[in-house]
Design a binder for this molecule. Structure first.
Ligand SMILES: Cc1cc2nc3c(=O)[nH]c(=O)nc-3n(C[C@H](O)[C@H](O)[C@H](O)COP(=O)(O)OP(=O)(O)OC[C@H]3O[C@@H](n4cnc5c(N)ncnc54)[C@H](O)[C@@H]3O)c2cc1C
Length: 451
């Protein structure tokens, strides 16, 4: 039987970064990555296949960096793990032995079995599978009326892209008051929902899907809680994802109540030689220390780097504990991003905060052609001025400013320190130094804290 020092199951972002980082640190160890499909996709790029990229093959991703670093890759799905003797079985019938096993099996879409008609032909999900998305791409090309169920970021991004295709009538049904409510504050969720509507998506918020109706086994329409019925040639279910932990059956691996593999701060499980990383592993909220279920590529790759460095013992002490969901998107040309606390999750966790916002433009003077508005909102602890969360929206720089805010949250920066934060500015690149939007937002918060 063949044996490897390390076997990684899964070639998504978590698997690839774990493998590449581990191989970089331990070139002498033999490492194998096992994948299900020959071709992989950039998961975050999937919505853009349907319009901006216009081609499934323009969104390919593979474990090339791992291979270049000296790793081996095979395509042969793992069907079972025998943790008691450090072996696993493949679909082909082969058995392989591992020294250390990394579970990077990701997540799969939630199937809403409670919605009658969910099993009809032309009801789809956004699966992170090349073959599946290729088939979906072909069906959607032929579909005029498309109904997306679920206004989280995946459903919304897919709807936004499809609505830009000529001759398509795209509707989005969301049970909350606005789309994006799990990622953004109500204020930014409302802005994002308005941008979706401006992008010609027919929005049905505060609305539930009662059933998906079909004819001869094929989807025909979607019936809403309002009594309305939407004609549908295709339906896309985007109501969430769950950790893909099927392989843990009979292994003795501990799962949490959300079905994710329980791990410590170094991605180690309760079984000595098994680690888990990415969407299949548990996350703990940065601020509260409570279990949450953050499934983001940025989170998965941060975990993967921690694991890649520490697979054979703790070499680099993890310098933060807990997951800070940092999320960004672009709808109808407007960038939007969020990190950490907002009004909604603060209320759920009963966290005290003061917030303030500053809006200006991202060039100076604002008469340059490519000038966009830019807003920064900060959520701050009233007891000590620590930044607990932030939101940014407007021009593309919003996507990087949120990353600065995230670093500030992780490093415990206060709004008082932001006043002397030294920045670079240029007319063609940034807001004016006199009105640096992040610093002005900090000043706005300080003026509220003084009262
Ligand atoms: C449409 C979409 C858009 C997104 N946009 C963003 C974004 O903009 N920003 C962001 O941060 N996150 C985004 N995400 C989330 C992000 O894609 C996930 O968090 C990320 O893919 C997690 O990586 P992972 O490697 O843990 O899991 P996955 O990407 O799910 O990869 C798991 C891999 O394991 C393989 N596997 C599973 N079982 C087996 C088995 N038995 N044998 C062999 N291989 C197996 C699977 O085939 C898969 O390749 C998006 C997700 C989707 C679906």
């Amino acid at each position: 039987m063949k044996k490897y020092d390390v076997i990684i199951i899964g070639a998504g972002p978590a698997g690839i970064i774990t493998g590449t980082t581990a191989k970089m640190n331990h070139p002498e160890k033999s490492m194998l990555m096992i994948r299900e499909e020959e071709n992989g996709l950039v998961p975050c790029g999937i919505p853009y296949i349907f319009h901006s990229l216009g081609d499934v093959d323009k969104n390919k991703m593979g474990p090339r960096p791992f291979i270049d670093a000296g790793g081996e890759v095979i395509t042969d799905p793992v069907v079972s793990i025998q943790a008691e003797d450090n072996t696993l079985s493949l679909k082909s019938g082969k058995t392989i032995e591992y020294g250390k096993l990394v579970m990077a099996t990701g997540s799969v879409p939630t199937v809403p079995e409670f919605i009658p008609g969910h099993e009809l032909e032309n009801v789809f999900y956004i699966r992170k599978s090349y073959q599946y998305i290729r088939q979906l791409f072909d069906v959607l090309k032929q579909s005029k009326n498309i109904v997306v169920i679920g206004g989280g970021f995946i459903g919304a991004e897919v709807a936004e892209q499809l609505a830009q295709e000529k001759g398509k009538n795209v509707s989005l049904v969301e049970m909350e008051k606005y789309c994006f409510m799990r990622a953004f504050s109500p204020e930014l969720s409302e802005i994002a929902t308005t941008e979706l509507a401006r992008n010609h998506v027919n929005i049905y918020t505060s609305t539930k899907v009662e059933s998906v109706e079909g004819e001869n086994g094929k989807v025909k329409s979607v019936r809403l809680s309002s009594g309305e019925s939407l004609e549908a040639d295709a339906v896309i279910m985007a109501i969430g994802y769950k950790p893909n932990t099927e392989l843990t059956r009979d292994t003795g691996l501990n799962l949490n109540r959300m079905g994710a593999i329980v791990v410590d701060n170094y991605e180690r499980t309760n079984i000595k030689d098994i680690c888990a990383v990415g969407d299949c592993s548990q996350t703990i909220g940065f601020l509260t220390g409570n279990l949450d279920n953050i499934m983001l590529a940025s989170t998965a790759t941060a975990e993967a780097r921690v694991l890649g460095y520490n697979l054979f013992g703790i070499r680099i002490k993890k310098c933060f504990i807990g997951t800070l969901a940092v999320f960004s998107t672009k709808i109808n040309g407007m960038a939007m991003a969020a990190s950490g606390l907002n009004e909604t999750n603060a209320a759920e966790a009963n966290v005290d905060f003061v917030s303030a916002k500053f809006t200006d433009v991202d060039r100076h003077p604002g008469t340059f052609k490519d000038t966009s508005p830019l807003s920064v909102k900060l959520y701050v602890s009233p007891s000590d001025g620590h930044i607990l969360g932030g939101e940014t929206w407007g021009g593309c720089s919003a996507g990087e400013i949120i990353n600065i805010i995230s670093l500030a949250i992780q490093k415990g920066v206060t709004v008082y320190e932001l006043i002397s934060y030294q920045i670079g500015t240029h007319p063609l690149l940034t807001a004016a130094p006199t009105k640096a939007v992040l610093i002005k937002a900090a000043e706005m918060v300080i003026s509220k804290l003084k009262r």
